[in-house]
Design a protein around this ligand. Structure first.
Ligand SMILES: C[S@@+](CC[C@H](N)C(=O)[O-])C[C@H]1O[C@@H](n2cnc3c(N)ncnc32)[C@H](O)[C@@H]1O
Length: 262
């Protein structure tokens, strides 16, 4: 199972949607209260989770540009898109935002957004992105994994699994370069503090009843364990048993990042 398969993106949508921090939306609406209609670009839009969350919550009328490297996700999105009457126009573009970021004219956008994206970007991407977005009014990256997750009930090997998982988060996620992983929010915040008012909000997952999501997450851990040739059979069985008997809770920490032009 690959992380960016449409099935995974659609499964996590509900939990992402309830986890995103409402304070960021309030600030976006306050900041844009006197501006014209908004042009929004969604980087790494996937199957459209961020769009579906954000478009009804933004008070102003909007036009959106949806960008992703995956043809499969963009075509799912095009076929299934539904939106509020506030949406005036939607365009779709297959772009590699690492190799072809210069193809995007960020001056055309009032809001540059992305969800569950920053941690998979390589370090050098952040400086490039900052340099071409110094004048962008609103930068909003949501659901940035911050390096911490906990399962309950606890197990003696939990910390070892978290560190193996985080190590994997900093490996090449199929883009030819190492990803920054859990430090992504700190990295972007440090850059945009120079030109914007920046905010970091919690957007933690708390997954109690959802067995499917927990099983999928354990599936990722299992892949990482096997890729690293480790043996955590007992931990895996313990986790699977607890999920099966509805005793398992997963708490995973994310951050939402918002920058408003000074
Ligand atoms: C974890 S998914 C998040 C998708 C969506 N934003 C969401 O919240 O469900 C990361 C997305 O980034 C896209 N992506 C990864 N590398 C990319 C690149 N270099 N250029 C454009 N999109 C990329 C993937 O195809 C995937 O759709």
């Amino acid at each position: 199972m690959h992380k960016f398969e449409n099935s995974w993106l659609l499964s996590r949508e509900k939990i992402d949607s309830i986890s995103r921090n409402k304070k960021a939306i309030k600030k976006i609406n306050e900041y844009t209260s006197i501006s014209k209609n908004l042009n929004v670009i969604d980087l790494g839009c996937g199957t459209g989770s961020n769009f579906r969350y954000l478009n009804p919550k933004i008070v102003k009328k909007q036009s959106w540009k949806m960008v992703d490297i995956s043809h499969q996700s963009l075509s799912y999105l095009k076929k299934n898109i539904k939106h509020s009457q506030k949406i005036q126009n939607i365009t779709y573009k297959k772009i590699d935002i690492i190799k072809q970021i210069e193809k995007i004219n960020f001056k055309n956008f009032d809001i540059v957004t992305g969800s569950a994206l920053l941690d998979i970007m390589p370090k050098e991407w952040f400086m490039n992105f900052f340099n071409i977005n110094k004048s962008t009014e609103i930068i909003y990256f949501t659901i940035n994994y911050d390096g911490n997750f906990k399962f309950y009930p606890k197990h003696k090997d939990d910390d070892k699994i978290v560190s193996l998982f985080n190590q994997d988060q900093m490996s090449d996620k199929g883009i030819g370069k190492k990803a920054v992983g859990p430090k992504c929010t700190q990295i972007i915040d440090k850059l945009f503090q120079k030109t914007h008012n920046t905010f970091i909000f919690k957007s933690n997952w708390i997954i109690e009843k959802n067995q499917i999501m927990q099983r999928m997450f354990i599936g990722f851990c299992e892949e990482i364990i096997s890729k690293n040739k480790r043996n955590y059979e007992e931990w895996l069985n313990f986790r699977k048993e607890n999920i099966k008997s509805n005793k398992s809770i997963l708490k995973l920490q994310n951050k939402d990042f918002l920058a408003l032009k000074l």
